[in-house]
Design a protein. Structure first.
Lengths: 206, 312
């Protein structure tokens, strides 16, 4: 009973028509010329948020990509300054165009490189960072969703090659927003707000 | 003298405190500065600058003091969902003092006695203690939950979702056929986060208004507007140019002729997308807010020309 109590406490813990005369006619005139345009490079539109079940794995793929890129960069933060680096390019591409979010992260990691700080995996079994969507994504509009995340961190913190801290497992809850631009889902934010309590899914995630 | 059973309760109390402490570390100490200093922020410091001080999407945050309007539920619901009964340590008539009694002078050690969910008796009465704590004249108050905080916060927020107030331009009581009419919203409402903190829990409500101009003219569709709508600039480009993408409509049909009304009845509607969340993971979701609508009647006349007689 008391054990149950402790567990419970832990869980708590977005026409102007042409101006004219008084004319009731609308929509008349020659049909517009329609041109056949074949575009081969445009990816297939991804589903709208009204189909939450289809969007959920897409968002999970985005956060997986985030976690993979972060883990790679943390092991060698110097690459954060290399825009041509494959991992860095993949990281930036996760976020919507024009977002400062990716730039802010990369700048912070460049500081790590300057300080000689690295975060390396504790073992080959676990990457430094795993991020799970904590529960179902929530539709805000057909082109925007919000979701909770649980970041699982396992790392060896080194400064100039010397181990300063080892974290076998830390669960950090957070929130995320994704938007669909030109038919493609992209991350807008992944935040770990101050004071957020508890990961619902724990380390099990999906 | 403390007996073995009281020791068990004391251990349980200590264990609960330990778990609370661990949870505080895992979530980042609320008292410490936000940023890379938070243990969990080390993997991506940029993920930690957007705490509850700024709203999602960088929206302004309005903090609301709910005062005494939060009423938490009864604190007698057992972990297994049954209703329990609070008893003082003294009522139990035990031959040993409550744990750490010397550290709580003048307080009472309360225990919540609960039955087993399967109706079977507990092996010992001590097992029936669901939770416990030191308090004054009554059992420990229930900590408010997000569900307790949400209703008064939402009630407060709804009083802040206003009907738009409108101003038409160019000036004049009537619009003119073929000349764009601009509609400004003089009380613009922007996406905002409202939040309230009670105890250790913060609940927030994000409100996002979407404004649409319905001109009221037959067959005229809705026109999306920004929070402040649009106002005609007499010193700006041609009206038709200004009207592109603006909160404006060019009426094409006069009113007050034939069987037409004296004015087209239109409105500006604000549709609110509302979502709440809290610092307790897994809580939150959409909230339904009625549209806020301001109707208007707009008479439409023709441009008056000046007739100059030939040879006059």
């Amino acid at each position: 009973m008391v054990v149950g109590l402790i567990a419970a406490v832990g869980v708590l813990a977005a026409g102007c028509t042409p101006g004219g005369d008084d004319d009731d006619d609308t929509g008349k005139g020659p049909p517009e010329k329609v041109e056949d345009v074949t575009t081969t490079s445009k990816p297939v539109d991804q589903p709208p948020a009204s189909d939450v079940g289809a969007v959920q794995p897409i968002i999970q793929d985005l956060v997986d990509g985030y976690a993979e890129a972060v883990s790679t960069i943390l092991a060698d933060p110097a690459i954060a300054g290399e825009r041509g680096n494959e991992t860095v390019a993949a990281f930036v591409a996760l976020f919507e165009d024009g977002s400062d979010r990716a730039d802010e992260s990369l700048a912070a990691w460049q500081d790590y490189a300057d300080e000689g700080t690295t975060l390396e995996p504790v073992s080959s079994d676990h990457p430094t960072v795993v991020v799970n969507i904590d529960g179902a994504v929530r539709r805000v509009s057909d082109d925007e969703v919000r979701f909770a995340i649980c970041e699982i961190q396992r790392y060896v913190h080194k400064v100039d090659g010397r181990e300063t801290e080892r974290v076998d497992e830390r669960l950090v809850p957070g929130t995320g927003e994704a938007v669909r631009v030109d038919g493609q889902w992209r991350l807008r934010s992944l935040d770990k707000p101050r004071g957020l309590q508890g990961c619902s899914s724990g380390t099990e995630g999906r | 003298m403390r007996g073995p059973r009281a020791s068990a309760v004391g251990v349980a109390v200590a264990a609960v405190i330990t778990v609370l402490g661990a949870a505080a570390v895992a979530a980042g100490s609320p008292a410490s500065a936000q940023g890379a200093d938070e243990p969990g922020c080390i993997t991506d410091p940029a993920s930690c600058h957007a705490g509850t001080g700024t709203g999602g999407g960088g929206r302004p945050v309005v903090r609301i003091d709910l005062g005494g309007r939060v009423h938490s539920g009864p604190n007698n619901i057992c972990t297994n969902g049954l209703v329990g009964e609070w008893k003082s340590w003294e009522e139990l008539g035990l031959p040993y003092p409550a744990p750490d009694a010397d550290e709580h002078p003048g307080e009472t050690f309360w225990v919540l006695i609960c039955s087993r969910a399967d109706g079977q008796p507990w092996p010992s009465w001590l097992d029936a203690i669901d939770r416990n704590g030191w308090s004054g004249g009554g059992p420990p108050a229930a900590a408010p939950t997000p569900a307790d905080i949400l209703p008064p916060l939402w009630a407060e927020v709804q009083t802040r979702l206003h009907n738009p107030t409108l101003a038409f331009s160019p000036p004049g009581q009537k619009s003119k056929v073929g000349v764009p009419t601009f509609v400004a919203i003089t009380n613009p409402q922007v996406p905002t986060r409202y939040e309230a903190t009670v105890g250790a829990i913060t609940v927030w409500i994000d409100v996002d208004p979407t404004a649409t101009l319905h001109p009221g003219e037959p067959n005229a569709g809705g026109i999306p507007c920004g929070p402040a709508g649009s106002r005609f600039d007499p010193d700006g480009p041609e009206p038709k140019e200004q009207a592109r993408g603006a909160c404006a409509h060019t009426y094409r049909r006069r009113t007050g002729v034939g069987d037409r009304p004296d004015a087209w009845t239109g409105d500006v509607t604000l549709v609110w997308t509302v979502e709440w969340g809290s610092t307790v993971a897994g809580t939150g979701g959409p909230l339904d807010a009625p549209d806020t609508v301001t109707p208007f009647g707009r008479g439409v006349g023709e441009i008056q020309g000046v007739v100059v007689e030939a040879g006059g």
